[in-house]
Every structure is written in structure tokens, then in C-alpha cells.
Design a protein around this ligand. Structure first.
Ligand SMILES: Nc1ncnc2c1ncn2[C@@H]1O[C@H](COP(=O)(O)OP(=O)(O)O)[C@@H](O)[C@H]1O
Ligand SMILES: Cc1ncc(COP(=O)(O)O)c(N)n1
Length: 271
């Protein structure tokens, strides 16, 4: 990996028309972390803060073509993978990863259900995600329900992290946004490290997982080791939840990774 002044980071993920999660959140997180963001869109969702009306999977060839286009010209210093949806999409992403330079850090957020409760991964695609992607990623970032689905147990975060590590990723980071202390748990194959943080129950968390995994990929591209990158990503995500835009939409409002609220407060009053 080249450590350039402005690394280029690729999000392979779905589009959220409401602008809260998916590639829209990823690009905001990349900008907030000072890296150049690029996208390979896996699916379009017609989505807002209360639900998902429709999903269109992008053709597998088009997913691979997007990755090839940016890799050939710009280069990819790290990858974040989000919503995948179907087996065919997972196969296309595995093909695309094969074409990137060895050693490119890959962060996989195993997105399964939206904050509004809509399924974003077909049940028959779970095995493909585990078999085709988990063994080749640097860090995977399930939340507790996702980790329990992958493992098929009701264990707690440290046991889940160890069980997922046996499936092949180099690091497992179980995120804890929905737990009392919002503590993330990192396992590297030997050591379990807790990454504690204040929980902001009155914030807005739509897009928190996307923001977190993108910030993690950005900090890996900036040259941090996975434990320091995990701490930095947690800070970015927690702040984005704390400042979340509760007033946007009728449901779970989007996180604010870019300081949109702070910018609005400084704007001269409208005449
Ligand atoms: N209410 C919250 N207060 C503080 N941090 C949070 C909160 N919700 C999520 N986070 C943080 O945001 C990141 C994403 O976590 P999480 O919300 O568990 O992901 P997901 O969106 O996949 O459920 C984690 O670092 C987590 O600790
Ligand atoms: C396209 C897309 N990708 C990911 C999520 C998950 O984010 P969240 O759990 O915050 O709804 C989402 N809702 N939509």
C-alpha cells in the first residue's frame, strides 16, 4: 500500500436515497477523515428514515467494472464493503477483490438489516458472505445481532469475536452501539481489546455502522494499525451519532459526520 498524502478509499456498498446510510454515509465519513472517497455501487435502495420501499441489485459485471475503473486509474488504498444483498453480488465482489493489489486493507461491514428494520441481505446469501468474503478481509465489523446471526449463537461480544475469527478475517471488531456502554470489542486472534466510549442514547444513529466501517477503512489507508484505526473510527462514529440530525425524516435520523449542524448554526440568519 502506498501511503500518499491523500489516500483513495473505495466503498463497495448500496445507495440510500434518504442520504443517511450506505454510500452516501460512506462518502461523508471519508471526507470527514481527510481521504478521497470512491464508490462501486452494489444496489440502489428506495429508502427513507422509516423504511425501504424497493431494492434494485446492480448487474455483477457493472460492480466489477466500477472497481476496475477506479483501481486502474486512481488506485485503491483501502476498501470498505457494506450492503451486498444477493449471492451474485457477493460473487462479483469476491472477483473484484482478487484484482486489487495484495495487502490492500479490506473492511467488511456485514450489513443485514436497516435501522428501520428492512432486510438488506437475502437469507441464502449469508453462507456466501461467510465463505467467499470473510476469509479475505482485514477487519469485519458486525454489530451484536449480525455477529449472532453469523455464529448462530446467543453469546456475548468477546465470544462472538473469537468464533468469527475462526472463519478467516484477520481482525474482528464487534460494535456495541446498541449496548449499554457502546463498547466495541476487537479480537486479533490472540488478544481481546475493549474500546469503550460514551453512549449517546438521544443522538441519531441511521448510518452509524456505515460511518464507522468507512472511518476504519480511511484510517487504515492513512497508515494506522487496526487497533488505533478502530479507536479513531469509534470516535468518528460516536461524534456523528451525538450530533445526529434527529429532525431529518419521521424515523431514525441520519448521523452527522461532517458537522452539518455546526455549519448551520454559524450560517447568518435567513432574511
Ligand atoms: N448511541 C451511540 N452512542 C455512541 N456510540 C454509538 C452509538 N450508536 C453507535 N455507536 C458507535 O457507532 C459505531 C457503529 O456501531 P453500531 O451502531 O453498533 O453499528 P450498526 O449501525 O451496524 O448497528 C460503533 O463504534 C458504536 O460504538
Ligand atoms: C444502502 C444501505 N446500506 C446500509 C444500511 C444500514 O445502515 P443502518 O443500519 O444505519 O440503517 C442501509 N440502511 N442502507
Amino acid at each position: 500500500m502506498t501511503e500518499r498524502a491523500i489516500p483513495a478509499v473505495l466503498s463497495i456498498a448500496g445507495s440510500d436515497s434518504g442520504g443517511g446510510a450506505g454510500i452516501q454515509a460512506d462518502l461523508k465519513a471519508f471526507a470527514a477523515c481527510g481521504v478521497h472517497g470512491m464508490t462501486a455501487i452494489t444496489a440502489l435502495t428506495a429508502q427513507n428514515t422509516v423504511g425501504v420501499d424497493a431494492v434494485l441489485a446492480i448487474e455483477p459485471e457493472m460492480i466489477v467494472a466500477q472497481v476496475r475503473a477506479v483501481a486502474r486509474d486512481i488506485g485503491v488504498d483501502a476498501v470498505k464493503i457494506g450492503m451486498l444483498g444477493t449471492v451474485a453480488t457477493i460473487e462479483a465482489v469476491a472477483t473484484a477483490l482478487d484484482e486489487l493489489d495484495d495487502g490492500t486493507p479490506v473492511v467488511l461491514d456485514p450489513v443485514m438489516v436497516s435501522e428501520s428494520g428492512a432486510p438488506l441481505l437475502a437469507p441464502d446469501a449469508r453462507t456466501a458472505l461467510v465463505e467467499l468474503l470473510l476469509p479475505r478481509v482485514t477487519v469485519t465489523t458486525p454489530n451484536v445481532p449480525e455477529a449472532r446471526t453469523i455464529v448462530g449463537s446467543d453469546d456475548d461480544a468477546p465470544e462472538l469475536a473469537r468464533a468469527i475469527h475462526r472463519l478467516g478475517p484477520r481482525y474482528v471488531l464487534v460494535t456495541g452501539g446498541h449496548r449499554e456502554q457502546a463498547t466495541d470489542v476487537l479480537f486479533d486472534g490472540e488478544t481481546t481489546t475493549e474500546i469503550p466510549g460514551e453512549r449517546f442514547p438521544d443522538g441519531a444513529a441511521h448510518g452509524s455502522g456505515c460511518t464507522h466501517s468507512s472511518a476504519l477503512a480511511a484510517h487504515l489507508a492513512l497508515g494506522l494499525d487496526p487497533a488505533d484505526a478502530a479507536r479513531a473510527a469509534k470516535e468518528v462514529a460516536a461524534r456523528a451519532v451525538r450530533d445526529g440530525l434527529r429532525e431529518i425524516g419521521q424515523g431514525a435520523g441520519p448521523v452527522d459526520a461532517l458537522g452539518i449542524r455546526a455549519g448551520a448554526a454559524e450560517r447568518p440568519a435567513a432574511r
